[in-house]
Design a protein around this ligand. Structure first.
Ligand code: 26Y
Length: 817
């Protein structure tokens, strides 16, 4: 092309300092003397952004002209957190930028803290999407993220009198320098209305959908920089806007509020993130969000395809679309509609293209988190898509009956329509049949998918389900979060692991080197001091960095069993008080996480953690032997401080319930030992780190299923375990809630009558394993050796490895395709 290439930018502190001051002057409008820290953030971001844009244009151009296959990752959630440190690190500018700012007496670390944390997601699934975006850019895959630009991300959590309070989050309040609005990229999205059949002489009948409502989807692009800046991919988020900003007739006739009703209704679609994860959220607005971003993304993909291709017949050769859970599953019906109604393809060909283009990742087996929409709602909002779903269903059922001889009960199991439940559309079934590949997120979870939710669909399509174990990006979760450890490892084995994280295995022999272990422990100690300072400042609780930092951070859910952890803390408290003479190992139990606002049990668990913390921390009898801390408002930025500071990582879900977990990987990578069940990716972590270096306890998934079939309850177990009984008695008699002694009656009586989550069943094994860990802590050489093995053996859990597997087996895209 004839455009002049900009001169390569210089990266010395001199040049960077000059450019930052230039931005400060001409873009922010401040002199260095007047500038506040926030102004320096803005100026620094703009300097980094310029460098990214050069690479971004280059990458986009390359993907366009090479004709290589592009990967679109459709996700309702992208939990990306802060971007500045990520970008600076991936461009290798950390030291020169630090130096440039220090010339003006400005501390880069403090500046970075002012960036808002983009929380466009709930938890694991959203954070996985963010790690995958970074890894696609780092492994040179032309990846495109598609999602929703929520005005309000995940709520801010405060704790008031021990209970969770939800407050609105406002990440866009000061503008967002990372995003670029693309006004020219806007698509119409319809809702409601009618479908009519048009029969023209000599031509096949056509269906025409005339929506009753229409809104605009406008694109906002954010660049995602890969490691060493080699590739910059795009995260495209859709914002809903009205076609007409105001109804002038209404306004002129005096109805000033009514004139804005349409506009408000449109904007409501992308106003707020639903704060429910593995807990039901079946509301109309959510279905509108799902269809809104699915349709906009597909229209955009089709436009991009037709830019370089004559028609859509070869769509699947040029684009792969990954559905991140069922949230975008309506895409299957929508692509069929676009292919048939808009682009004139025949049904059979459209179905072939659709299936070859889509693939689907399942993240949960929990019945309450499986999406199924009432037919009447679906039909009212998306009448044409409903027709298409019926037609898809008819085809699948025909195939099952004719080719596999499925009987009625098997047909009912695979049907896209759940007839038993007030008639609902099953989104998992839709995503499954509309995809050529379906994957689970850990080996165990994938096997359970085959046996449970998708048992019959797996019989019908036995080659479709495969496993893709999750991973996390080592750039954010090791290099940026833990610079001390990164420097130490670099010093010990050289920098090769920065480009290929599996080379961190070279560290393994150093577990036997006493001098190295000491340095490793010293890094951990500094990270713990940093977390202790944060806890001191935010919560006015003093914790001793010499104690075991025992940490459970994740969404609050019964199946994740924060309750089990709290009961163990109470039992330990009880024992310390009864036997003050024993040689107790000091522990700090740290919790953080948010509960879905409508999930009463989860909120009770938060309340209990805070009540227990209040009681134990103010009891002089336990001195510094036990502290309990609940840190409010867990988010990505807080996780970056917590992960490197853990000695012990709690991964204690009821076996068979946690699809994978990714926090487990972040902790172990940073040298924490894991106490965990044989659940999700813990099983594979055991294989990689070896049984001497991980602490596994409790029932297996199979044993859990067995006990549930036997209608197991906790009563007899509690009767036999005095430690457990006394802890539960303390809770239910109001020891921790004297102002409201009955507060936890329900929580405790559920254990007696049902114990659905095997809290009682696993208690003794959990307690025993914790005491083994207490003893191990007394032998610091042993503990630190195991910690080194964990860091050295976690390379496989990089999201680079996950992404390479997706690219090779599912997408057939990327440098090795
Ligand atoms: C339908 C709605 C209520 C809903 C919204 C969000 C349902 C589920 C979710 C999110 C689920 C989620 O985050 N799942 C987690 O995905 C991680 C990444 O694969 C797993 O590591 C983790 O085990 C799983 O719980």
């Amino acid at each position: 092309t004839g455009a002049p290439t900009p001169a390569p930018r210089k990266n010395d502190p001199e040049t960077l300092a000059r450019q930052i001051v230039e931005k400060l002057t001409y873009s922010v409008g401040k002199t260095p003397a007047e500038a506040r820290r926030y102004d320096w953030l803005e100026a620094t971001t703009l300097v980094i952004r310029d460098r990214i844009i050069d690479q971004w244009m280059e990458s986009s151009q390359r993907a366009k002209t090479s004709g290589e296959k592009r990967v679109c990752y459709l996700s309702m959630e992208f939990l990306i957190g802060r971007l500045l440190r990520d970008a600076i690190n991936n461009l290798n500018l950390t030291e020169p930028i630090r130096e440039a700012l220090s010339r003006y007496g400005v501390d880069l670390d403090l500046v970075e803290l002012l960036e808002p944390d983009a929380a466009l997601g709930n938890g694991g699934l959203g954070r996985l999407a963010a790690c995958f975006m970074e890894s696609m850019a780092s492994t040179d895959i032309p990846g495109f993220g598609y999602g929703i630009r929520y005005v309000h991300g995940f709520f801010r959590q405060e704790i008031a009198d021990g209970a969770q309070v939800e407050l609105p989050e406002t990440w866009l309040a000061h503008g967002n320098p990372w995003e670029f609005e693309r006004r020219e990229l806007a698509y119409e999205i319809g809702f409601g209305g009618k479908v009519t059949t048009i029969q023209e002489p000599g031509r096949p009948a056509r269906q025409v959908w005339r929506p009753a409502e229409r809104v605009l989807a406008v694109a906002y692009d954010t660049p995602i920089v890969g490691w060493r800046g080699r590739r910059v991919n795009t995260l495209r988020l859709w914002s809903a806007q009205p076609l007409d900003p105001i109804l002038l007739d209404a306004f002129n006739s005096g109805d000033h509020i009514g004139a804005l009703v349409e506009s408000n209704k449109a904007e409501a679609i992308t106003r707020i993130l639903y704060p429910a994860d593995s807990h039901q959220a079946g509301q109309e607005l959510r279905l509108r969000q799902e269809y809104f971003f699915s349709s906009a993304s597909l229209q955009d993909i089709i436009r991009r395809h037709l830019h370089a291709n004559e028609n859509l017949s070869n769509l699947a050769d040029k684009f792969s679309i990954q559905l991140n859970d069922t949230h975008p599953a309506v895409s299957v019906a929508e692509l069929m509609r676009l292919l048939i109604d808009v682009h004139g393809h025949e049904w059979a060909e459209a179905w072939e293209i659709t299936r070859n283009t889509f693939s689907y990742t399942n993240h949960t087996l929990l019945p309450e988190a499986l999406e199924h929409w009432p037919i009447h709602l679906f039909e009212r909002l998306l009448p044409r898509q409903m027709q298409i779903i019926y037609a898809i269903n008819a085809g699948v059922i025909r195939e099952a009956a004719q080719e596999k001889g499925f009987d009625d009960s098997k047909i009912a199991a695979i049907s896209l329509i759940d007839e038993g439940n007030g008639r609902r559309v099953r989104m998992g079934q839709l995503a499954f049949v509309g995809s050529h590949a379906v994957n689970g997120v850990s080996a165990l979870h994938t096997e359970l998918m085959k046996e449970t939710v998708f048992h019959h669909l797996h019989l019908l399509y036995p080659d479709r389900i495969e496993n893709k174990t999750n991973g996390v990006t080592p750039r954010r979760w090791l290099m940026q979060a833990n610079p001390g450890l990164t420097d130490l490892v670099t010093d010990a084995i050289g920098p090769a692991f920065l480009d290929d994280i599996e080379k961190i295995a070279d560290l393994d022999p150093l577990a036997d080197d006493a001098a190295f272990r000491e340095r490793f422990a010293a890094v951990k100690r500094r990270n713990k001091e940093q977390l202790a300072n944060l806890i001191g400042e935010r919560m006015a609780t003093q914790v001793d960095p010499g104690a075991i930092f025992d940490i459970q951070v994740k969404r609050i859910h019964e199946y994740k069993r924060q309750f089990l952890n709290i009961i163990e803390a109470i039992a330990l408290y009880d024992q310390i008080r009864s036997h003050p003479e024993r040689d107790w190992t000091p522990r700090v139990k740290i919790f953080a996480g948010k509960a879905a606002p409508s999930y009463a049990q989860a909120k009770q668990i938060i309340h209990l953690a805070n009540d227990v913390a209040r009681t134990i921390n103010s009891d002089p009898a336990v001195r510094d032997l036990l502290k309990v801390v609940f840190i409010p408002n867990y988010n990505v930025s807080l996780a970056e401080i917590i992960m490197p500071a853990a000695d012990l990582s709690e991964q204690i879900s009821t076996a068979g319930l946690e699809a994978s977990g990714t926090g487990n990987m972040k902790f172990a990578m940073n040298g924490a030992l894991t106490i965990g069940t044989l659940d999700g990716a813990n099983v594979e972590m055991l294989e990689h780190v070896g049984e001497d270096n991980i602490f596994i306890f409790g029932l297996t998934a199979e044993e859990v299923a067995q006990r549930r079939r036997e209608a197991h309850s906790g009563r007899s177990i509690i009767a036999e375990l005095p430690l457990l009984r006394e802890a539960l008695d303390a809770i239910s008699s109001g020891v921790f809630s004297p102002e409201d002694p009955a507060r936890y009656h329900d929580l405790v009586s559920n254990l007696y009558n049902n114990d659905w989550w095997m809290t009682c069943a696993d208690f003794q094994a959990y307690w025993d394993t914790q005491r083994r860990l207490d003893a191990l802590w007394q032998d610091q050489d042993e503990w630190q050796a195991k910690a080194v093995h964990n860091t050295a053996r976690m390379g496989w859990f990089s999201s680079d490895r996950s992404i390479r597997e997706y690219a090779r087996d599912i997408w057939k895209a990327g440098p090795d395709a």
